[in-house]
Unconditional design. Structure first.
Length: 399
């Protein structure tokens, strides 16, 4: 049978990798008839398309659904991720100050306190006789929510409300229907409207304060941009990091020799995060829209058609990473990877995600050097673009 792309969700996310290999080897610019979109699966093609924003535009949305912005009510004011240069470049410049590696390093003490507190709770639960915990619920889901709230300047007293909205919005987004969370979205946007006004009078060291300082009081589009950024942070900064952490633990538990090397040499963890990012690739792919007829791998993609850039397939391409590309090797230095996209739309929160992964692995491996997880009983979340565990049983290995 010729290879065919099938959008995954929930348990069908368990092993999409043979499908990716078939596409790379036999149909690297694949046309999906149902939905009329195209799928690029080889590293070189995905890398080049991600760089070429003139040909592969984000302005019509990032899924393979046509009319996405209109369906989401974003026709008038798109979030940053749905802007092309030069408009995207200017807005990104406004928000990037807090996301440099140096600024991200400043939040490490707070992140580590949060992680150690959660790991302590896991340890107490397991020491108390419970055989296992759901590590997603205990650590991998609340951690990115904490970090996103920090960057947006959500006061501690409001964190519980913020976490509730975040849960609903991420769940709705993963099901491909943000309208499920209409009430939560409305409450979130109302909250950030009021927070933006407060930050104009009482600025803090956060991204909302940075943005309201730029946009004037009489700039309604500016407020929409602030709200769009807040929504993007909530919708895009949570489940992706959760996916990285769950996938990393699955890989390390399945390769005890690799895990043992990290336990013996914790200094290897930062570099190991890159290899774990390559193989987990939480955002499995995002779409662009072709602005002109374009030839890729000998196939012409017509103007106006959606094109799915299959990052997760590209990250396992032997043409880029060698014949053992599917294998975990924490000593590998993968160089170019697409876990955070590439080019103008390279993920703004990449340094923050790396920080969370490093700290979480350092603390978990120090406390549970022989941990086990049970991926068979783990459940994957719904959604066609982010591959993440919704639950994952975690236990202390007594062996």
């Amino acid at each position: 049978m010729p290879p065919a792309f099938t959008a995954r969700s929930e348990q069908s996310w368990r092993d999409p990798f043979p499908m990716y290999a078939g596409l790379r080897d036999h149909d690297p610019a694949h046309h999906v008839e149902k939905g009329d979109y195209w799928v690029l699966s080889r590293f070189a093609d995905v890398w080049a398309a991600a760089r070429d924003t003139e040909t592969f535009s984000s302005a019509q949305g990032l899924t393979f659904i046509y009319g996405e912005r209109e369906r989401l009510g974003l026709a008038e004011a798109a979030p940053m991720v749905m802007l092309d240069p030069p408009e995207h470049t200017e807005f990104r410049r406004l928000v990037s100050r807090g996301f440099t590696p140096r600024r991200v390093a400043d939040v490490e003490p707070a992140v580590r306190r949060f992680v150690t507190g959660r790991v302590d709770r896991i340890a107490r639960t397991l020491a108390g006789g419970q055989a296992e915990v759901d590590v997603v619920a205990e650590l991998f889901k609340p951690l990115p929510s904490f970090v996103v709230a920090h960057y947006l300047g959500v006061p501690e007293a409001d964190r519980s409300r913020f976490d509730g909205w975040t849960d609903q919005i991420v769940a709705a987004g993963s099901q491909g229907d943000p309208l499920i969370a209409t009430e939560a979205v409305a409450e979130l946007l109302d909250y950030f409207t009021r927070l933006a006004r407060r930050r104009r009078a009482e600025p803090g060291d956060d991204t909302i304060s940075d943005l309201v300082a730029v946009f004037g009081d009489d700039d309604p589009l500016g407020l929409l941009r602030v709200l769009g950024f807040a929504f993007t942070m909530v919708a895009g900064g949570n489940d992706t990091t959760t996916g990285l952490l769950g996938g990393a633990c699955e890989l390390l538990a399945a390769h005890p020799g690799q895990r043992e090397l990290l336990v013996r040499e914790p200094a290897l963890i930062p570099a190991a995060v890159e290899e774990l990012l390559r193989l987990t690739c939480p955002v499995q792919g995002l779409a662009r829209t072709a602005t002109r007829d374009v030839s890729v791998a000998g196939t012409v993609i017509p103007a106006g058609r959606k094109v799915l850039l299959l990052y997760a397939s590209a990250n396992r391409d032997p043409r880029e990473f060698g014949p053992d590309a599917e294998r975990l090797d924490i000593t590998r230095r993968p160089g170019r990877i697409l876990a955070f996209g590439h080019g103008a739309h390279h993920c703004l929160g990449a340094a923050a995600a790396r920080l969370q992964a490093r700290v979480a692995l350092e603390e978990l491996l120090a406390r549970f050097p022989r941990f086990t997880v049970d991926p068979v009983r783990g459940a994957f979340a719904p959604g066609h673009f982010v591959r993440r565990y919704r639950s994952l049983p975690f236990a202390r290995d007594a062996a």
